[in-house]
Design a protein around this ligand. Structure first.
Ligand code: CDP
Length: 230
């Protein structure tokens, strides 16, 4: 039996494991996984490299004027069995996860013109369905017609601890307090910005994974997808 393909939109706070869920679903159902946050991170790296951010302040007009010079792509890395993010044909997957980008991405993501350009790319990637995309505005703005929408959350302290464990496992020296502050600050900016603030779509299902194991979570989301596939 050939199952129909659907669009799965996963939104929620930073560091709550959205991409873990999205990646696992993509593997399970043979879908394309797109990490929309990586696209905002790549734009932020571009802005940093072009000295368009000073003390947390973004030169918005300059950045907007340079949007046509920003090329963002995902290329599958068969060794790592995941996609890497490319900025102007350079693999920037590792660099966009580091703290300088994390600390500046939320202000960049408030710029309406940047969002419009990213949303256009994201919608093109999803036109054939069979896609799982995670972000902040996927169920509300990018794919308002998505067949399955999840809104994922967990307490700020648990999210900071998970991010801390991930970064230290990669050998980065960071403090828990610094990470917690970054998580809380991003929550604040993401939820209060004017352009597409983070909010639950009316028809999204809430998944609070504060006290769930990965296996429990996976079983729950897989069941939700199966329901949608009939
Ligand atoms: O991995 P984490 O959840 O910490 O963040 P991310 O998904 O990599 O996204 C980085 C930042 O991009 C977020 O803090 C948001 O400010 C922004 N973002 C957004 O505005 N809209 C999206 N669809 C995805 C990310």
């Amino acid at each position: 039996m050939i199952l129909p393909k659907i669009v799965i939109a996963i939104d929620g706070h930073s560091s709550c494991g959205k991409s873990t869920i999205a990646k696992a679903l993509a593997v399970r159902f043979g879908y394309v996984f797109i990490d929309s946050g990586a696209m905002y991170r790549a734009v932020t790296l571009f802005a940093l490299r072009n000295n368009l951010i000073a003390n947390g302040k973004v030169d918005e007009q300059k950045l907007i004027s340079l949007i046509p010079q920003i090329n963002i792509e995902f290329r599958y890395n068969s060794e790592k069995q995941k996609s890497d993010t490319y900025l102007n044909w350079e693999n920037v997957e590792d660099e966009i996860r580091q703290l300088p980008v994390s600390q500046n991405v939320s202000p960049v993501a408030t710029i309406a013109e940047v969002r419009a350009a990213m949303v256009r790319l994201q919608q093109a990637m999803g036109k054939n369905k069979g896609i799982v995309m995670d972000g902040r505005d996927i169920g509300t703005v990018v794919f308002p017609e998505a067949e399955l929408k999840l809104f994922v959350t967990a307490s700020a302290e648990i999210r900071a601890q998970r991010r801390f464990d991930e970064l230290t496992a990669n050998g980065e020296s960071v403090s828990y307090a610094e990470i917690l502050q970054n998580v809380q600050e991003r929550d604040r900016i993401d939820s209060t910005r004017e352009a597409s603030p983070l909010r639950k779509a009316d028809d999204a299902l809430i998944l609070d994974n504060s006290n769930m194991t990965r296996e429990e979570q996976m079983a729950w989301v897989t069941e939700r997808v199966m329901e949608r596939l009939g």
